[in-house]
Each structure stands twice: as C-alpha cells, then as structure tokens.
Ligand binder design. Structure first.
Ligand code: SAH
Ligand code: SF4
Length: 396
C-alpha cells in the first residue's frame, strides 16, 4: 500500500436491533424530555430537574448508559432503562484522507445511509453534517441533487452525527472541566452535507438548539453555519429560531444562469433572495453572510460575473466563498482554471469583500462538497458488479 492511500477502517458493522416501545432520548428538546419523563411516571415537580441531569450526562459528558448517571437514585435509573434508550446513528465505516479529513458513512433507522465529514484545520475542526437522505432539489452541479429525497433526518440523527464524531475523536470533556472552544478538535459545525436544511426545519432547529445549549454540546452559535440554496420563507425564521450563521448557495449573477444551476431560483429569484438576506445579519445578530459560489468553467466565472456579483450584494455584510467545482462522473460542468478563480477572487476582493477560495479537502476519499453519498453509491454498485461477476463474496 502506498503511503498516500486512504486508510479504510470498519469501525462497527453489527446492525443494531430497533427497540420497540422505547423512547429515544437523543434528539429530544429539553421540554420534550421533561414531558416524556412525566409521561413515564416522574413526578411533575421533579421532572425539570431530572431532565436537566439526564441532559447533562448525555450531551455534556457523552454518557449513554443510565447506570453511570450516579446523581440519580439507583431505582430511578432502573426505571429509566426500562422505558428509554439513548441511541445515535451507527458508524458503518470511516475513511481517513491523507490530509486528515475523516469521512464517516452513517447508518440511520431503516437502513439508509448518510455521510458526515470531519475537516481538521489549524485552529479549529469543522464537522460537515447532513440533514436529509438525498434532496428534493435538483441543482445541476450537485451529485446529491441527482438523488431523490429518501427521507428527512430526525433531530436525534442530526445531533447524533456530532456525538458520534465526538466519540471517534474521544473528545468528551473530562469530569469537572468545561469545554474550551479554542482547543477543541470538533469546534465548528456546518450544515453542508446532504440535503436542504431549511426543508427539514424543525428537526434541524431542535438539533442545533441541543448543539448550542451550554449544558448540551455547548458549541457557540457563531460556530454553526447553515447553508441553504435559498428557501426564502424560512430565512427570517432561521434568524429567529436558530440564530446561527448563514451561508447561501448563490452561484450565479443572472436569473437565467441561476435558474439553470439552482432551480429553486425559479420560485424565489435573485432579487427576492437578496431582499430577504439583507435583513438576516440584523435579525440574527451575526456579522455577515457567506455567499457560496461554485466556480464552473465558462458558466459563471467571467470578470463580468465578478463585477455583477459585488454590485448585487452591495450593502450586505458578506464574505464570498469561492468553491472550485468538485467534479463527479457524468457531471455536465468543468472546474474553472486556477488563474480564472484567482482573477475572479481579485475582483471581489478589490471591491472590499473577503473572497477566500475553498481548499479542496479529502479529495482522495471523495469527501468534498457535492460529492457525498455518490461515492458510497458507486462503491455499492461496483461491489454489486464484482459480486455479479464472481458470485457472492464471503464478506462485503
Ligand atoms: N443544500 C444546501 C446545503 C448542502 S450543499 C445548499 O445547497 O446550500 C453545500 C454546498 O456545496 C452548497 O453551496 C452547494 O451548492 C455546494 N456544492 C454542491 N455540489 C457541489 C460540487 N459538485 N462542487 C462544489 N460545490 C458543490
Ligand atoms: Fe440539494 Fe444543496 Fe445539492 Fe442543491 S446543492 S441539490 S439544495 S444538496
């Protein structure tokens, strides 16, 4: 094996049996947990306190076994264990790129799979999580967009992606020590995996509330970024009910081109989207919006596009994140050349906006934006082909 080959490692392959009639605590909001405890027989007067205690064990300490929750009476712990489970999605496999990026294939109830990507950087570590299996939208440059929506993830499955990576990085705080965002391996979360988070609003909101709760996973709301293709009616609600940072998949400077690339533009066009975005920083008390702009050769990458872009967003506190297109087999576009990306970035930068070019990460393990799930599906298809050609394999 060459030393640049990714390490593929099966972490857990034993499928878990669904447990009938038990309530899963992972993903319940504090209020839902309190109500569930009352329904299970906890006296109403105590329920809030008990919910707080359980909450801290689960989200602050990473404990998923009631027996360890030693500030609860033993008989109460036994009661809980009879009625509740604390379950997060299971890791089917983990791949580690030569650059340290980790891609997890995660299995959710029903046997569907999503991907979660951890990207270590110098002073932080960012986790890219999925909100849906597939997507209802059909952006023409995105591989996830070629796959139908299978289902929305639950709040537990969304927050569970953060928890399973905390497990893998062995990063639950030591008893008595509060977590320190500056030195955490997993310090930031981006909703930029599979799916459109604003079409699964309630589950995304509940999961992010748990992530931001100081007694929960205690990530600052400024370290969580939600990326949307532009679901205009949900943007003010995001500011109001989640309050995290916002990224928007802008990708074009005329409605003609954006209609092609991000078809939701036919419903809410550039002018409508920009109007809504203008209010976001004030409503969410955040500094600026990230405009994501995928660089597609000959489609949206001209000097004129760059000039138009800065005209359009004038007055909105913004950063423009230029994403070199991640190609996938059969994709109808090519990545813009490095020189073109640099020229575009310079124009945007000279107009007064930060215009970083996103460094492709985890390319050797197909972990880049817009490629998620496709690699898994391809792997499954090629395994099926091998099986067809050679007969059933012993272990796949
Ligand atoms: N559905 C949401 C979030 C997931 S996609 C959204 O569209 O914003 C995360 C980012 O990756 C989006 O900006 C998306 O436009 C971009 N993306 C999708 N496919 C890509 C590809 N093949 N190459 C580069 N970026 C891509
Ligand atoms: Fe869905 Fe986002 Fe891909 Fe568009 S870019 S198809 S909204 S995941």
């Amino acid at each position: 094996m060459s030393n640049t080959a990714p390490i593929v490692q099966d972490v857990m392959t034993i499928p878990r049996k669904p447990v009938d009639g038990m309530t899963n605590i992972a993903g319940l909001t504090r209020d839902q947990l309190r109500d569930a405890l009352i329904a299970a027989g906890t006296p109403e007067k105590q329920a809030k306190m008990r919910a707080g205690q359980i909450w801290q064990w689960v989200y602050n300490k990473g404990v998923r076994d009631f027996a360890i929750m030693t500030n609860l009476a033993k008989s109460y712990r036994e009661d809980l264990a009879r009625q509740f489970i604390i379950e997060i999605p299971e890791v089917v496999s983990r791949q580690i790129s030569e650059d340290g990026t980790r891609k997890y294939l995660v299995r959710i109830v029903g046997g569907h799979e999503v991907e979660t990507v951890y990207i270590p950087e110098e002073n932080r570590g960012t986790l890219c999580i999925s909100s849906q299996v597939g997507c209802t939208l059909t952006c023409s440059f995105c591989h996830t967009g070629t796959q139908k929506l299978v289902r929305n993830l639950t709040a537990g499955e969304i927050v569970g992606q953060i928890m399973l990576v905390r497990d893998d990085l062995n990063e639950w705080p030591e008893p008595g020590k509060s977590p320190n965002n500056e030195t955490r391996l997993l310090s930031n979360v981006v909703l930029m995996g599979m799916g459109e988070p604003l079409y699964n609003f309630d589950a995304v909101r509940d999961a992010m509330k748990i992530a931001m709760d100081p007694e929960g996973l205690s990530l600052s709301r400024r370290r969580i970024t939600l990326s949307t293709s532009g679901v205009v009616p949900q943007i003010a609600k995001t500011a109001d009910e989640i309050g995290c940072l916002l990224a928007v998949s802008f990708h074009a400077t005329t409605d003609d081109v954006r209609d092609q690339l991000v078809p939701i533009n036919k419903k809410w066009n550039i002018a409508t989207l920009l109007e809504e975005l203008r209010a976001y920083p004030r409503l969410s008390n955040s500094e600026r919006i990230t405009f994501e702009y995928v660089m597609l050769a000959g489609i949206n990458d001209s000097d004129e596009d760059a000039h138009r872009l800065v005209q359009l967003i004038r007055g909105i506190p913004a950063k423009i994140n230029l994403i070199p297109f991640n190609e996938w087999p059969g994709a109808p576009y090519k990545r813009s050349s490095n020189n073109r990306i640099r020229a575009f970035s310079d124009i945007v930068h000279d107009a007064g906006y930060a215009s970083p070019v996103r460094k492709p990460r985890g390319e050797d393990i197909m972990a880049a934006c817009g490629q998620l799930k496709s690699a898994t599906e391809r792997a499954r298809k090629s395994r099926a082909r091998i099986t067809d050609e050679t007969g059933p394999a012993d272990a796949v």
